[in-house]
Design a protein around this ligand. Structure first.
Ligand code: NAD
Ligand code: IPM
Ligand code: MN
Length: 367
């Protein structure tokens, strides 16, 4: 019997999680998946209960589970506490402890939302882009790090950006493999774009060289290109459809994926999977806890619901139920239902709904 641990987290986390869990329970029954759901806490909720953002019992449950579904963590309530025990550290720690080095963020435009994006419809129509972000290394985890006092009494903050060849190779392989799978499914040529700052940073020079060697030795059939991170940001809004798979380090991937989210209409639409070497994963929306709209039934639950679909596809290898969820989301959008973030006031026939109504509409479509 497989187990899914749900961690609702903070801010809009509990609201979006309620809707996503209802969807997960519905497909669990409909497709007889035999999944058992468990709950745990992470982030601010865990600080309030146990004093730390990733309590030992949560970590144990996460290790025992086959997959984890996460809402979002963080918020102003905990921003003032000591850095090492802030909510975000709990998220980084669970990623690291579970070895979830491969973060897949899919920016796919639902055609119904072509007008909800801030970009012209023709720039984004048909967009289907995968960002493969390295998640357990780079500047997020490099040592030394801290804030120190210099001899003249001034303070200095510092972090270290480090990548070993083995870390670059293993994320590179994920990107090359997925590029092949996508190319096969779409009947196109496999290609990946590796994003770096090799003109300035030695660590990303090694990144680039390692990607080239990997391509030459193991993936000669996949086209590999390279782009500096600043240009990649610009190209993403100029002509995003030039990309199929982008592979990059932890921090650049964080930034590029928020940017890519907006191409799909809203960050409230972007799901993600964070996988270990064996396909175990944590699934979460790319957005945060959105404190500005928390508790108001305004949050878009679709990124979390679509993260459930990714869980069924990647961890439980159940394509049928994953596709059923994605189809239900599409059907609800066809009906004109929109949370505020994906609303286009110039389009007729649309209706603004809250988080709860949106989730229930997806559930109804699932039947
Ligand atoms: P955010 O993603 O929470 O919010 C950015 C903007 O997008 C806000 O205006 C918000 O209202 C909107 N938004 C986000 N998700 C939405 C949704 N589902 N529906 C509608 N609108 C949505 O980013 P932020 O404001 O920079 O961060 C807020 C907190 O969340 C911080 O504490 C941050 O550290 C944390 N955070 C957590 C995660 C995570 O848990 N994975 C990710 C990013 C940020
Ligand atoms: C994300 C978030 C996290 C990150 C934060 C909250 C630690 O922005 O999941 O994208 O930077 O990885
Ligand atoms: Mn982020």
């Amino acid at each position: 019997m497989a187990t899914v641990l749900t961690l609702a987290g903070d801010g809009i986390g509990p609201e979006i999680m309620t809707q996503a869990v209802a969807v997960l329970k519905a497909v669990n029954e409909k497709f007889e998946l035999g999944l058992t759901l468990e709950e745990g806490d992470l982030g601010g909720a865990a600080i309030d209960r146990a004093g730390v953002p990733l309590p030992e019992d949560t970590l144990q449950k996460a290790r025992a589970a086959d997959a984890v579904l996460l809402g979002a963590v963080g918020g102003p309530k905990w921003d003032g506490i000591e850095r090492s025990i802030r909510p975000e550290r709990g998220l980084l720690k669970i990623r690291s402890e579970l070895g979830l080095f491969a973060n897949l963020r899919v920016a796919k435009l639902y055609p119904q939302l072509a007008n909800a994006s801030s970009l012209k419809p023709e720039i984004i129509s048909g967009l289907d882009l995968l960002i493969v972000r390295e998640l357990t290394g780079g500047i997020y985890f490099g040592e030394p790090r801290g804030i120190r006092t210099l001899e003249n009494g001034e303070q200095q903050g510092y972090n270290t950006m480090v990548y070993k060849t083995s870390e670059i190779e293993r994320i590179g392989k994920v990107a090359f493999e997925l590029a092949k799978v996508r190319a096969k499914a779409n009947g196109t040529a496999a290609k990946i774009c590796s994003v770096d700052k090799a003109n300035v940073l030695e660590v990303t020079e090694l990144w680039k060289q390692t990607m080239i060697k990997l391509q030459q030795s193991e993936y000669p059939e996949v086209e590999l290109s390279h782009m500096y991170a600043d240009n990649a940001c610009m190209q993403l809004v100029r002509d995003p459809k030039q990309f199929d798979v982008m592979v990059t380090g932890n921090m650049f991937g964080d930034i590029l994926s928020d940017e890519a989210a907006m191409l799909t209409g809203s960050i409230g639409m972007l799901p993600s999977a964070s996988l270990d070497e064996n396909g175990k994963g944590m699934y979460e929306p790319c957005h945060g806890s959105a404190p500005d709209i928390a508790g108001q039934d305004k949050a878009n639950p679709l990124a979390t619901i679509l993260s459930v679909a990714m869980m069924l596809r990647y961890t439980f290898k159940h394509e049928e139920s994953a596709a059923a969820i994605e189809q239900s989301v599409s059907d609800v959008l066809d009906d004109g239902l929109r949370t505020g973030d994906i609303m286009d006031p110039t389009e007729s026939g649309l209706r603004v709904v809250g988080c709860k109504e949106m989730g229930e509409a997806v559930l109804a479509k699932l039947g």
